[in-house]
Design a protein around this ligand. Structure first.
Ligand code: COA
Length: 159
């Protein structure tokens, strides 16, 4: 059986923490779809197409990873593409309740799709897209927070 997982997120923008998870997934699954999804809770700095292209720019050399934009429910995408698993990253206890609620609703909507949690590496546990945008806005050093292409795109947004 082909092991296919979907890794959804806002990726506004993708950070080195996300990139690390994608690399780790690429060794565990046959196929990984990074899903640039839409959260009704967020106003995005980058368009869906820009977010997709920035994720793509960090995935060079990973043959089993593709990146898609999806406006609807993540589990619907998983069912449509025969993905058995939805992956979410967990950075700290503060992420837990939100992730648990989302996993439970997703399980109710699509019992055949499992949610698996991957722990973010401790060295990336403090990074979030919101903080990265704040650092960029005030001209701070982005080197240890985001890949080079993303740093460039952020600097262009706030120029
Ligand atoms: N390293 C660094 N940062 C990380 C990280 C990691 N490994 N994993 C998560 N984060 C950060 C992100 O940067 C983001 O930071 P921010 O809040 O400052 O922007 C935060 O953790 C959470 O982001 P993300 O993982 O992208 O989740 P999200 O809450 O923005 O997005 C969706 C959630 C889009 C995946 C979810 O709403 C979804 O699936 N939407 C489609 C509709 C749907 O199915 N809804 C669910 C119904 S139950």
């Amino acid at each position: 059986m082909l092991r296919h997982c979907v890794y959804p997120g806002s990726f506004d923008p993708v950070t080195i923490g996300h990139v690390d998870i994608i690399h780790r997934l690429s060794r565990l699954f046959d196929r990984i779809t990074v899903l640039v999804a839409h959260s009704s809770q967020k106003n995005y700095l980058f368009s869906a197409e820009e977010r997709r292209d920035l994720v793509l720019s960090c995935m060079k050399g990973l043959k089993n990873v593709s990146v898609e934009i999806h406006e609807g429910l993540t589990v619907e995408f998983a069912q449509k593409t025969q993905a058995q698993v939805v992956i979410r990253g967990l950075r700290a206890v503060s992420d837990f309740e939100y992730e648990q609620a989302m996993a439970n609703v997703n399980a109710q909507l699509a019992p055949g799709v499992e949610t698996l949690i991957v722990f973010t590496r401790p060295e990336y546990g403090h990074i979030s897209s919101r903080l990265v945008k704040e650092v960029a806005q005030f001209g701070g050093d982005l080197k240890d927070l985001v890949p080079t292409d993303v740093a460039q795109a952020l600097r262009a947004k706030f120029a």
